[in-house]
Design a protein around this ligand. Sequence first.
Ligand code: 5GP
Ligand code: MG
Ligand code: MG
Length: 177
Amino acid sequence: MDNHSISVLISEDELAKRINELGEKINEDYEGKEVTLICILKGSIFFTCELAKRIHVPVIIDFIQASSYGSGTTSSGTVKIKKDLDESIEGKDVIIIEDIIDSGNTLSKLIPLLEERKPASLEVCTLLDKPERREVEVNVKYNGFNIPDEFVVGYGLDYDQKYRNLPFIGVLHMDEN
Ligand code: 5GP
Ligand code: MG
Ligand code: MG
């Protein structure tokens, strides 16, 4: 059936170190403010929790789940909100927390939907970015790591809903036989 193996791309220690740096940057940029982190379910859960622990200005955490309807394995077409935020973001300083940006389609559709709600500011923080794969430009303020065009799992990211619990980012290798 499905034979595959996983090799470590970004270790637990490297993740912790980089997320710490991102937290410090956010602390500087949002000094004296309150920040609302929007966790995009499900992939961003671990990243959101780890990042939030390193932020020392007041933090609100909310969750949104988007589903993209398109053909094939790449996201395309329309993005629908499957689970919406609980709170209003009007007048709030908001950071969207994403696990990985690939084509950019999901965020390029989600950002305008959130902008309609009139936040005071809206920025994007992604743990991973695959710049080679970009189809639509997305303005990313905080980026953990640029990675090559490989399918990765772990630290929230899944393959068929599995491997989210791995404490590192790994590359999924499909075996030929
Ligand atoms: P985009 O709309 O930018 O093409 O896709 C972003 C979403 O596709 C991510 O939030 C993630 O859910 C999924 N995705 C893209 N690349 C990968 C990958 O390498 N591994 C996993 N597990 N999901 C990915
Ligand atoms: Mg995602
Ligand atoms: Mg997925």
